[in-house]
Design a protein around this ligand. Structure first.
Ligand code: SF4
Ligand code: MG
Length: 321
């Protein structure tokens, strides 16, 4: 059984205008997305900003309420949970943000910040909580004396270690990491990625790892899903996807990844035009205005995700050719 199963997930946000804030349209941030996450794996979710990957991550944890669809965690629909049941379930499903300190009180010491989830979930007395905070700092490669420091006294990489420690505090099974290394220097990025991989083994974690960059998820993922304008367009095992990208959008993203040898025979595919607005997505295949292979059918019929063999799924009419 999959740890998490997401079916036909949709999330729309109203667009309001005028002096009365009347609804004048809607943004389809997540538009009929389905996938599963197996226990112990890392599912990478990749796409340009605005493709709906962050909204997907938040909606499956019900930080946003889904507009439609189904989300099951360990076989149970979490969309039916009451607020109280959801609060309990959140212990098992945590999130790591790009900048975990953006929303935190700069006057709170790290010890307090890490203790807070333990208090919220009623985990342990004061003494156990203090021990646990020390232990959390240790597992992410920090020292217990860091407890008395404030957020601004840490580097970006250290802050992300604290964000990860915070997510780990309730002993979750699933962590959704939303661009956890995007704000970090490249040298620090690999340290944090390696830490996450060590922790995954140590604590049997399952990750959904969101990034805008295919080279970042390559390192850490077992499978990778590519999103475009709120839709999943391709989903495959990591090695299979990088070896054999089938969707023209994935091929374009792949060709933009810098490779060590510029003469390796890879031609860079330059996409024409910008990503269309998710308030007004193109009919048919959302990628058709930019696709070098677009056919007539692409302008009218939305391609469904289909298995191209061996669990390699792709939503493109070329598959039927
Ligand atoms: Fe291109 Fe058509 Fe495939 Fe869309 S369905 S990616 S437009 S070929
Ligand atoms: Mg985002």
């Amino acid at each position: 059984m999959a740890l998490m199963s997401v079916r036909n997930l949709k999330k729309t946000f109203p667009i309001r205008g005028g002096i009365f804030g009347k609804k004048i349209g809607e943004i389809k941030a997540v538009d009929d997305v389905s996938f599963t996450v197996e226990k112990g794996e890392t599912l990478g979710l990749v796409g340009e900003s605005g493709c709906g990957k962050s909204t997907t991550g938040r909606t499956i944890l019900r930080l946003y309420e889904p507009t439609a669809g189904e989300v099951e965690f360990e076989g149970k629909s979490i969309l039916q949970y009451s607020p109280e049941e959801m609060r309990k379930a959140r212990r098992e499903m945590q999130m790591v943000f790009q900048d975990p300190f953006a929303s935190l009180n700069p006057r709170q010491r790290i010890g307090k910040i890490l203790e807070e989830p333990l208090i919220v979930h009623g985990l342990g007395g004061a003494k156990e909580r203090k021990e646990q905070v020390e232990e959390l700092l240790k597992v992410v490669g920090l020292d217990k004396f860091h407890m008395n420091r404030y957020p601004h006294q840490f580097s970006g990489g250290q802050r992300q270690r604290i964000g990860i420690a915070r997510a780990l505090s309730t002993k979750p099974k699933l962590i959704v990491a939303d661009e956890p290394v995007s704000a970090l220097d490249v040298s620090i990025q690999s340290q944090v990625l390696n830490l996450m991989m060590d922790l995954q083994e140590q604590f049997e974690l399952t990750y959904i790892f969101i990034a805008h960059d295919l080279s970042v998820v390559k390192h850490i993922s077992t499978r990778v899903g590519v999103m475009y304008l709120g839709r999943m367009v391709e989903l495959a095992g990591r090695d299979e996807l990088y070896r054999n990208p089938l969707h023209p959008y994935t091929q374009a993203l792949m060709s933009a990844v810098p490779i060590p040898d510029p003469d390796a025979g890879k031609e860079r595919i330059i996409l024409s035009g910008d990503v269309p607005s998710p308030a007004n997505p193109p009919l048919g295949c959302a990628f058709h205005p930019r696709c070098p292979y677009a056919m007539d059918v692409c302008k009218e019929v939305r391609p469904e995700m289909k298995d191209a063999g061996g669990g390699h799924q792709v939503a493109c009419h070329l598959l039927d050719q």
